[in-house]
Structure formats: C-alpha cells, structure tokens
Design a protein around this ligand. Structure first.
Ligand code: NZQ
Ligand code: ZN
Length: 395
C-alpha cells in the first residue's frame, strides 16, 4: 500500500427537491453575483433553470445566465463565459448540468483568476492556475464525477484537441444531487454515464501494486452496484432508487476514494478515448466502452492477478476445472463485453460509429502521449506503437 492524500471538500446535498436549496447554498459560500451556466436544452425544457433562478431570487442574489455548452465542451464557449463574467463582476459560478457544463465552469473559474492569461495554457500544460472562482453544481447526469473531482476536460474545437487539467482549487464547493433530475436522460446517455462511472473505478483498479484491500472491496462493491442498477435503468428509467444508487456511485468513483493506496491509476483508456472525443466528438462513456476491451486484451498478461480478481469478484466468473489464470482473465473481459452489449453500449469503434484511418490513429496516439507527457498507463506502460495497436484492435 502506498501513501496517499484524500481531499474531498465538496458539500453534497442529496435527494428529492434539493435544487431549491441552491440560493441558500450560494449565499453560504459567499456568492453574491452568479453566472448560471448550462448546456443545450434539457435543463431549460424541464423547468430546472427557472426553479434555480427562483431560488436565487428568493435570496436576492444577482444572476446572469449562459447556456449552450456542448458535450466535449468547447474553449470558445469558455471565452464567451469569461467575457460575460467579467462584464458582470461575477463572483460565483453555478453549473447546472453534467460533466461538460461543470468542466466549462471550472475553466471559466480559472480564467477569472488570471485575467491576463489565456486559460487554454492550462489545458496545454504550459502553466498552473493561480486560483479559481467558487463553483456550485446542480447535477443532471450521473457520469463524469466532475461534481467532486479536481479535473476538467476542454476541447479546442478549432483543432479537435481535447485536453484535461487537474487542480484541487477547482473542486466544487457544493454539489446538489437530485436523482429525479436524471430521469429525463435518453437511455444512451444514462448508460454512457454508467460506463464512465465504472471506468473511473476500473482505471484505479488495474494498477501495478500499491493495492489496499479496503479500497479493492469498495471498488468491487461500487462496480457490482453500478452494473446491477444500469441494467435496471435500461428497462425502468424512472426507478428512483436505481437513479440514486448510480448518482452517488458516480461521485464516489471519481472523488479519489477508489484510488486510496494505489499508484494513482492507469487512465490509459481515458487518454485513448479523449483523443476520439476530440477528433470524432463521440460520447465519452460510449467511447470508453469501445476501447476498453481492446486495451484489456492488450495489457492483461502484465497485470494478470488484477484481471483474475476482477473476473471473479466483479464479473462473477467461476473457475472451472482446467482453467488457467489467463482463461479466467479473458472470461472476465468477455463478460464485460456482454454487459456492455446488454446496456446498449458498443465494444469497438465500428459499433461506436467511427472508422479512423491509420494516419488518424497515429495522430491520436501522438496526442494521447502529449496529453500525459510520457507513456500512458500503469497496468502496462504504453508507447506510440502500443496505442496504435490498441486502436487497430478496437476497429
Ligand atoms: O446539453 P443538454 O441539453 O443538457 O444535454 C445533455 C448532453 O447532450 C444531456 N443531458 C444532461 N442532463 C440531462 C440531459 N438530457 C436530458 N435530461 C437530463 N437531465 O446529456 C448529454 C451529455 O451531457 P454531458 O455533460 O456531456 O455528460 P457527461 O456528464 O458524461 O460529461 C461528459 C464530459 O465530461 C468529461 C468528458 O470527457 C466529457 O467531455 N469528463 C470529465 C471528467 C471530470 N471533469 O472529472 C472526468 C471524466 O473522465 C470525463 O473525461
Ligand atoms: Zn471518464
């Protein structure tokens, strides 16, 4: 077991009707001039934005709003938000949406603290942020875990470059989580979210050493829970308890809890997928499902005990007479693919609906290495040729 720091400063307000507490919470965290940031249409259509405004009005809090954040959020929208926030002396950002809206809010927050600098420099890893405006979240999709995480992922839409930047100063002050708000999600988004939640835990599970039994048991319990309720939501999307289980799992999967004691995680699948998101604008969770089986088959021999444990403890693989460790590990990967199919997720890029050329795969491999500043992964260190091979296997 390795030394670790666990820092989860976000206040969680969970349950039905909690969005009406937004005004009081903003006030409690010192906000007096608020930018309400949201996505396309869903939060307006459901009446959520009106309810949020009402809650701010009841506390006498000034607010302006900026919608239009797209999945794989754009730096152009961030610049627009910064301009609006400066013009209105905004001191608090309220993100109403999912990972894309929250990440866009974090980027605006960073930019406000460094007015003379281009915020993209953070995502290009050219400097560190000196501060971030306080952020509150009203979560409408359980997926990215950005409501408690220190990271944000932004795309430069002009170049198709998607990059992440992590800093604890961006962790939201509060996260309002009402599972009912997620009931309007299309099934594909719900299941992409469930896939992402699982992947945030799996990325921290398939590592080389530093493992801790308590962390493993939490991770395995979380993964089994998400699998159970993802399948329930596939046929019963308005099941409140299932929505609640998934929502809480989403936050715990990416607030660091399932990484305590290990080496920081693998995250190669994420880096390989982020390139797909930047180049082809695919849905993040579905992209992860499309690359994970190929990544797993490429690396499992180098991390065999973890893959065997995963197969037995999470996927319920039973070792029959004559099965080797490799057989068990591969049966676990196959069971994962079968699960992805049961919830309508792709297991390769063809099923995802894209077909990158050799040149594009090379470009993405270079991009992934650049994003990390070296080889990817923990389970197996991946260099350019390895990453290209994984893309080829995932075709
Ligand atoms: O824009 P609207 O109309 O709201 O539609 C959104 C969007 O099309 C829709 N949606 C959200 N809530 C809804 C709803 N539709 C109906 N009813 C609701 N209640 O869902 C679509 C996806 O939204 P998005 O915010 O993009 O989803 P998600 O939370 O999966 O975020 C994905 C982004 O987060 C990044 C991903 O790379 C991707 O850019 N990630 C961020 C992380 C972080 N900051 O810690 C970690 C993750 O690994 C991930 O990389
Ligand atoms: Zn993710």
């Amino acid at each position: 077991m390795f030394n670790f720091e666990f820092y989860a400063p976000t206040r969680v307000i969970f349950g039905k009707g909690t969005e009406m507490k937004a005004g009081r919470l903003v006030k409690r965290f010192g906000g007096s001039r608020v930018l309400i940031h949201y996505g396309g249409k869903s939060a307006v259509k459901s009446g959520l934005i009106d309810r949020v405004k009402q809650s701010l009005d009841e506390e006498g809090i000034f607010h302006v709003e900026l919608g239009g954040v797209v999945p794989n959020p754009h730096i152009g929208k961030v610049y627009e938000g910064v301009e609006l926030a400066r013009a209105n002396q905004i001191d608090f950002i309220l993100a109403v949406g999912g990972g894309s809206v929250i990440d866009s809010s974090k980027a605006i927050g960073y930019a406000m603290a460094d007015p003379d600098k281009d915020v993209w420099e953070l995502y290009a890893h050219e400097r560190k942020a000196s501060g971030c405006l306080p952020i509150g979240v009203i979560l409408t999709i359980a997926a990215a875990g950005s409501e408690m995480s220190n990271s944000s992922v932004i795309t430069d839409e002009k170049t198709g470059t998607k990059r992440d930047y992590s800093n604890n100063i961006s962790r939201p002050k509060f996260a309002i989580m009402n599972p009912e708000l997620t009931m309007t999600l299309p099934d594909y988004q719900t299941q992409s979210g469930c896939t992402d939640i699982m992947m945030h835990t799996m990325e921290r599970y398939f590592t080389q050493g530093g493992n801790m039994e308590l962390t493993d048991q939490i991770a395995e319990g979380l993964l089994r829970t998400v699998m159970k309720y993802a399948e329930i939501l596939h046929t019963d999307p308005t099941n409140y308890d299932a929505r609640a289980e998934i929502m809480w799992a989403g936050s715990l999967a990416h607030n660091g809890l399932t990484g305590c004691g290990n080496d920081g995680g693998d995250f190669a699948s994420h880096m390989i997928e982020h390139e797909l998101g930047g180049m082809f604008d695919v849905t993040h969770g579905a992209g992860l499902a499309a690359v994970w089986p190929s990544w797993a088959r490429y690396v499992y021999k180098e991390d065999l005990p973890r893959f065997v444990r995963y197969a037995e403890q999470v996927m319920g693989v039973e070792r029959k007479d004559g099965m080797s460790d490799e057989d068990v590990a591969l049966a676990g990967i196959e069971a994962m693919e079968a699960f992805y199919h049961r919830i309508g997720m792709p297991v390769n890029m063809t099923e995802l609906g894209i077909s990158p050329t050799e040149e594009q795969m090379k470009q993405m491999a270079e991009g992934a290495l650049k994003a990390v500043g070296g080889p990817l992964g923990s389970a197996k260190k991946l260099y350019e040729d390895d990453i290209i091979n994984i893309y080829r296997m995932a075709k």
